[in-house]
Design a protein around this ligand. Structure first.
Ligand SMILES: [Zn+2]
Ligand SMILES: [Zn+2]
Length: 48
């Protein structure tokens, strides 16, 4: 069964998220709340 993949809900994050989650990590979840225009700090490869 293929999981539903979509982009992280953080505007500056390019990571893909599987399933029901909206963010790739709690870093993005926090950042999108406080400073959605700041750079992504999730630390995933290819994403900053
Ligand atoms: Zn990211
Ligand atoms: Zn993210």
């Amino acid at each position: 069964m293929a999981e539903d993949m979509k982009k992280c809900a953080h505007p500056k994050c390019n990571c893909m998220v599987a399933g029901e989650k909206r963010y790739c990590s709690h870093y993005c979840e926090d950042a999108a709340d406080s400073a959605p225009t700041s750079e992504c700090t999730c630390g995933h490869p290819g994403c900053k």
